[in-house]
Design a protein around this ligand. Structure first.
Ligand SMILES: NC(=O)c1ccc[n+]([C@@H]2O[C@H](COP(=O)([O-])OP(=O)(O)OC[C@H]3O[C@@H](n4cnc5c(N)ncnc54)[C@H](OP(=O)(O)O)[C@@H]3O)[C@@H](O)[C@H]2O)c1
Length: 269
């Protein structure tokens, strides 16, 4: 299927590694030009080089710390100037510490909301007026299935994710009249650099060996494994396509069947 992404201009946040890098790669392989950001300049430029040389698409690397308003604003503005439009915005840069309420400090909570929620708000605040002016656009927010699957050990990511899910739905209600549509993707565990840190923290807080902690997630997933970043990227790229524009305000889980919300919701009635 032709996803009609050729020549589209896409912004992907947090794309020097992990899921964001896979998304930027997959968009470019499907013909889009991409602007990517992360804090570290070196790995970001290496990733941009790698994507451009493999796909032949235009790839712009703009270092930015999205926990800072001025950086987020500059990223979207510079990307728009360099590429000529903002057809697609993928909000992906986020990290939120695992842990229980007894061990999480104010700084942990603050850091979680600053990037995973406010980072998305900051790019949207600049990108949405650009999309309105150009007559439409598409936003895909990478959230996480613990926003709808509360867990005491993922209480900080869960809170930030629930806020992001609410943001996605709210904006879908507001911006449809401007031909801008929104989707949220809720991954379960994905094997990225970030995942290893989470397993280490889980092992520490639950008094387990790393290998024992690493098995907890697969054992809770019907497919018996965690996702690869490319699997999440495939879904995000499909949702970025103009063919999916009517999928608006929708949240899609990609977690191998880990989240059983329909059953939980029915049971609660
Ligand atoms: N991996 C999972 O199991 C999982 C599950 C559910 C949801 N998610 C969500 O998926 C998204 C990507 O996760 P991931 O596992 O791919 O993360 P990752 O491997 O840690 O990569 C994060 C990316 O974001 C960048 N980044 C971090 N802080 C930033 C900041 N302040 N400003 C700009 N860029 C920043 C990082 O580069 P620098 O450090 O150089 O800035 C890196 O490029 C996140 O929103 C995460 O919450 C992940």
């Amino acid at each position: 299927m032709d996803l009609q992404l050729t020549g589209k201009n896409a912004l992907v946040t947090g794309a020097s590694q992990g899921i964001g890098k896979s998304i930027a790669f997959a968009l470019a392989r499907n013909g889009a030009n991409v602007a990517i950001c992360s804090r570290s300049k070196g790995p970001l430029e290496e990733t941009a080089e790698e994507i451009a040389s493999e796909t032949g698409r235009r790839v712009v690397a703009i270092p930015a710390d999205l926990s800072k308003t001025e950086d987020a604003t500059a990223f979207v503005k510079q990307a728009n100037e360099a590429l000529g439009s903002v057809d697609i915005l993928i909000n992906n840069a986020g990290s939120s510490p695992g842990g229980v309420i007894e061990t999480l400090s104010d700084a942990d909570w603050e850091q979680s909301l600053q990037l995973k929620f406010m980072g998305y708000v900051r790019t949207l605040r600049v990108a949405l007026p650009i999309m309105v002016k150009q007559g439409g656009g598409r936003v895909v927010n990478l959230i996480g299935n613990d926003g709808v699957k509360p867990s005491y050990w993922e209480i900080a990511p869960g809170a930030a994710n629930a806020a992001g899910q609410n943001l996605t739905k709210s904006l879908a209600g507001q911006y449809g009249k401007h031909n801008i549509s929104f989707a949220a993707v809720n991954p379960g565990p994905v094997r990225t650099e970030r995942w290893e840190g989470l397993v280490n923290a889980m092992a520490r807080d639950m008094n387990l060996l790393y290998t024992e902690a690493d098995q907890l997630a697969p054992s809770s997933i019907p497919l018996g494994r965690i996702a690869e970043p490319e699997e999440v990227a495939n879904l995000v790229v499909m949702l970025s396509s103009p063919l999916m524009h009517f999928v608006n305000g929708t949240m899609i889980e990609i977690d191998g069947g880990q989240e059983k919300a329909l059953m939980d919701r029915l049971r609660d009635r």
